[in-house]
Design a protein around this ligand. Structure first.
Ligand code: AOF
Ligand code: ZN
Length: 346
């Protein structure tokens, strides 16, 4: 059983973990407690190639100071020599007598640290604040499992399922509350994806902004997919991050490339053609539909061909959330099926 002090230390470790960057490695935090429960040191992982959280915390202590201590870590201490040495060994060498961690390391390469510590006589307890730790590294875990970021596909539509009026005008279908929500969700993603068609037609900034137009703290990297040119004076070139131009229509290739860069979550906001492509490829992990109480009629549908030609093939989703945002509705839905992997062996 974890003590109240250890649970508090785990919550602190989770907070520390959030100070690290999202990327190729998980966000991990660690707190070293003395045998009487005092905090001796704190640490977190600052990104691939830098010391792991446990080592970061231990490095602040003089030799011998962690003897008999308890290490509280948000992820199972690793058991592999990658860019750094195994944390399980670092903890053993430091002489800790107890390790409390939240979540098993989900990778084959790095897991096994708990078993190694136990067989060396260390008292190991897992599962403390597991749900919070799992939520923190959810997107990283998805990237580990699939090689791709989590994909959110977003669109705004009229009540009758149109994305624009017949002449193509589409600005302000939804109201200010919905737009604010979109910008907050953009800021929670690592990249925002649009198609070259949308970039040419709308010249979007692809930034995450507050109502007064100022930039929110986190700016997703702008990604533009497609084969046509992006004008040199396009607004996207003034984004705080350099734009990634993906000159292919193969979405699997694009997502694998973004995953290899440590992009854990993407927000697809690129118009009906791109949204349809992601859905047709079975690559949407989450669908966000902002519905405005207006009728537009006409031919500018929110989605085009998604590979459904008969009702038996309809894509049935599970609605996980419905929100009212001013006069508009937000529907959040998830596909039932998991995304297929054409390059995988399963
Ligand atoms: C830990 N503590 O703080 C982190 C862990 O390439 P490396 O050597 O940095 O190893 C990366 C792997 O180690 C990563 O995929 C994950 O399984 C684990 N991350 N483990 O004990 C940490 N960041
Ligand atoms: Zn490690």
């Amino acid at each position: 059983m974890a003590s109240a002090t250890e649970i508090d230390a785990m919550r602190r470790a989770l907070q520390l973990a959030r100070g690290g960057p999202r990327g190729l490695n998980p966000q991990v935090g660690a707190v070293i407690l003395s045998p009487t429960g005092d905090v001796l040191a704190e640490g977190f992982h600052r990104g691939a190639g830098t010391p792991h959280a446990e080592v970061d915390a231990l490095s602040q202590l003089p030799p011998g100071a962690a003897a008999g201590a308890t290490a509280v870590v948000t992820l199972e201490p690793c058991n592999h020599t990658g860019r750094t040495g195994p944390c399980a060994v670092a903890l053993l060498e430091a002489g800790v007598s107890r390790v409390v961690y939240a979540l098993d390391d989900p990778t084959d390469a790095a897991s096994g640290g708990a078993a190694r510590l136990r067989s060396a006589g260390v008292d190991v307890e897992s599962g403390v604040e597991r749900d919070a730790a799992a939520a923190l590294v959810h997107d990283w875990t998805h990237l580990q499992r699939t090689g791709r970021p989590v994909v959110t596909v977003k669109w705004a539509q009229s009540l009758d399922g149109r994305a624009a009026a017949d002449d193509g005008t589409s600005q302000w279908i939804t109201g200010p509350d919905a737009r604010r929500d979109v910008h907050l969700r953009r800021a929670a993603a690592d990249a925002i994806i649009a198609g070259t068609g949308t970039v040419r037609a709308d010249d979007p900034a692809l930034t995450a902004r507050a109502e007064d137009g100022s930039l929110l703290e986190n700016q997703p990297v702008p990604v533009v997919i497609g084969e046509s040119e992006v004008a040199p004076d396009a607004a996207v070139h003034r984004h705080p991050h350099p734009v990634i131009l993906a000159r292919t229509r193969d979405l699997f290739v694009v997502l694998a490339d973004l995953g290899a860069r440590g992009i854990q979550r993407v927000f697809v906001e690129g118009g009906p053609t791109l949204a349809s492509s992601f859905l047709r490829a079975g690559l949407a992990d989450e669908v966000l539909v902002y519905v405005a109480p207006v009728l537009l009629g006409g031919s500018r549908l929110a989605l085009g061909d998604i590979g459904v030609s008969t009702i038996a093939d309809a894509r049935r989703l599970r609605v996980t959330r419905i929100e009212t945002l001013g006069d508009d509705l937000l529907v959040v839905a998830h596909p039932h099926e998991t995304t297929p992997d054409p390059h995988g062996d399963a």
